[in-house]
Design a binder for this molecule. Structure first.
Ligand code: A3D
Length: 320
């Protein structure tokens, strides 16, 4: 059987890291696409030359024309611009919306059967626009944010508790932004919910609140340190987890920006929720019960995403 074809649209920091991870994990053959001439070709050749030592079998090719992504099984989209210090994700909206239009049209023309994972910010609005521009079924287009936000939460919690990150599960809902909703009561160490761990004296409520805030600010913390761009290793790994769930029909339960058609009382928007990802794409959206405080936080996040979607409609009349 032929290897799956994985198109990476955007060959910048995340795109290059994605290509390397796809090859190392032998998930498939890579087409690295970018408008910048030479960048995708150079990165593809560089990674391919690591193959004899890393011992992977995968072909990697750079491209500047959409014809090259023809028949891709998975498209991961990072095309656009990232944040610089002092910028919010929302500041990227105007410029990245235009990029989503060209990417959406390219996918529609050449890879209409792909499972599409968008990473470009502001995430929840860009994945919505990408689905509209591409015309692909909503369950085949999703956004990566929840896996990363949860991973950041899990990392901070494991450091606080001095336990393996593998034994920490965490739940983050809502939009990928300052209003994201880390759900403490659904987050656990080996099944023990965080509020119980506070009672057991493993940490204090104050420290836990600090970790929740650090998770919300997780992207900005890295932007502030790097100064020239935003995080790319953990975002790439997070998208790889989602792509692998699709390619191997794993039925993984992963949080991601999924199209909601009435679930959680939200219609025709992409918001971060728990989903099941398998060969059918986003096969299920899991609706969990929230208490009043969680519901209020979630609603605030949904309102923020709605503001961005409305802004997209204001910029591009074809979206209205
Ligand atoms: P960067 O290294 O600048 O790469 C972006 C690439 O996109 C560059 O190589 C550009 O040449 C290319 N590009 C620009 N316009 C087009 C176009 N029209 N068609 C094809 N390629 C184009 O950025 P990055 O890889 O660090 O980040 C990519 C995106 O991911 C940014 O929007 C970030 O804000 C976003 N991001 C999201 C998360 C989430 O958790 C959702 C995390 C980190 C970064």
């Amino acid at each position: 059987m032929a290897r799956p074809k994985i198109a990476l649209i955007g060959a910048g920091q995340i795109g290059g890291t994605l290509a390397h991870l796809v090859a190392l994990k032998e998930l498939g053959d890579v087409i690295l696409f970018d408008i910048a001439e030479g960048t995708p070709q150079g990165k593809a050749l560089d990674i391919a030359q690591s193959g004899p030592s890393a011992r992977f079998d995968a072909s990697l090719k750079g491209a500047n024309f959409y014809e090259e992504i023809a028949g891709a099984d998975v498209c991961i989209v990072t095309a656009g611009v990232p944040r610089k210090p002092g910028m919010s994700r929302d500041d990227l909206l105007g410029i990245n919306l235009k990029v989503m239009k060209s990417v959406g049209e390219g996918i529609k023309a050449h890879a209409p059967n792909a499972f599409v994972i968008c990473i470009t910010n502001p995430l929840d609005a860009m994945v919505w626009a990408l689905q509209q521009f591409s015309g692909l079924p909503a369950h085949m287009v999703c956004g990566m944010a929840g896996v990363l936000d949860s991973a950041r939460f899990r990392h901070f919690l494991s450091t606080e508790f001095g336990v393996s990150m593998r034994d920490v599960t965490a739940f983050v809902l809502g939009g990928h932004g300052d209003t994201m909703v880390p759900l403490v009561r659904y987050s656990t160490v080996a099944g023990i919910p965080l509020p119980d761990l506070v009672k057991m004296g493993w940490t204090t409520q104050d420290k836990l609140d600090g970790i929740v805030q650090r998770t919300r600010d997780g992207g900005a913390e890295i932007v502030g340190l790097l100064k020239t761009g935003s995080a790319f290793y953990a975002p790439a790994q997070s998208a790889i987890e989602m792509a692998e769930a699709f390619l191997k029909d794993q039925k993984r339960v992963l949080p991601c920006a999924a199209h909601l058609g009435g679930q959680y009382g939200v219609s025709d928007m992409y918001v971060g929720v728990p989903t099941v990802i398998g060969a059918g794409g986003i096969e299920r959206v899991i609706e969990i019960a929230m208490d009043d405080a969680e519901q209020a936080m979630f609603q605030k996040s949904v309102d923020a995403v709605k503001g961005l979607v409305d802004a997209c409609k204001g910029i591009d009349a074809s979206l209205a």
